[in-house]
Design a protein around this ligand. Sequence first.
Ligand code: 173
Length: 317
Amino acid sequence: MRKILLAALLSAPLVAAAQTTTLRIVSAFPENSFYVTRLQTWIQNVNEEGKGILQLNFIGGPKAIPTFEVGNAVRTGVVDMAMSTGAFYTNVFPESDALKLTRMPVAEQRRNGAFDYIQKVWAEKGNMIYLARIVEHQPFHLYLNKPIDKPDLKGLKIRITPVYRDFFSALGATVMQTAPGEVYTALERGVVDGYGWPIGGIFDNNWQERTKFRVDPGFYDAEVSLIMNQDAWKKLGARQRDFLLTQTRLLENRNDYWKIYGQQETERQAKAGIQVIRLQGAQAQEYVDKAYEAGWAGIIKNSPVHGPKMRELFSQK
Ligand code: 173
């Protein structure tokens, strides 16, 4: 009896202290992108289920925090959470861009130790909790307005992010980095002859109006994830952490959707008159191999210890 009373007394302050926490979340992708639409639907649901536990306050996209500053905003706690891809925060730590190189679904990364390793690096180098990968099964492609007949981009100016820098440079391109929000204007003004982007999403900001060709095959796997400031995470109670992990995991578990989306977007591009330049046979294989070689060389050069370890963990056995 006394024991029970003591336990009740000890747990009482915790119960009394438990209250709703509201986390501020931003998107590194533009406000009107499909990624954000999907995020907002999820946030709405989280807020319904999370009454009395945890709430998410969507602050906005790059108009609130510019794309390439989102990582630092999460690291320093200017915001609590973000939806971003690693390529947008290589200014925080260079390993962030390695997630494009995973050759297995995130479900498998959670089994083989890759996910644990990512969490360790993100916490140590970025003061971040890596919560969940919410986009996968989305290969990147090169989109062009001038035709090519072999994988040679000499004389072409291509819009990039860190995702494509090493690969397109290795193919001879002149590269120019922009946030997604600046791609349309760059195409419109003819400042670039093409751009890198995943199979899905080019219609979100009407890039199809300024796109003649897509080069196949695709390469890598587009990664978009939910990341969180580590200090904000530490402030959450056990129930709030459980709730957040459950909710982010529910979203991640729906990633098979991206396979259907990829098919739909491929068809939509064809209907919009975008022609496919299809590299064949050995040339296609060399193109993809070169993408991974150049990609890993770039990561390992900047991260000689974590790079090789990630390469091992991210490669399908
Ligand atoms: O902006 C980009 O091309 C980019 O790096 C990216 C990464 C993941 C998903 C979509 C775009």
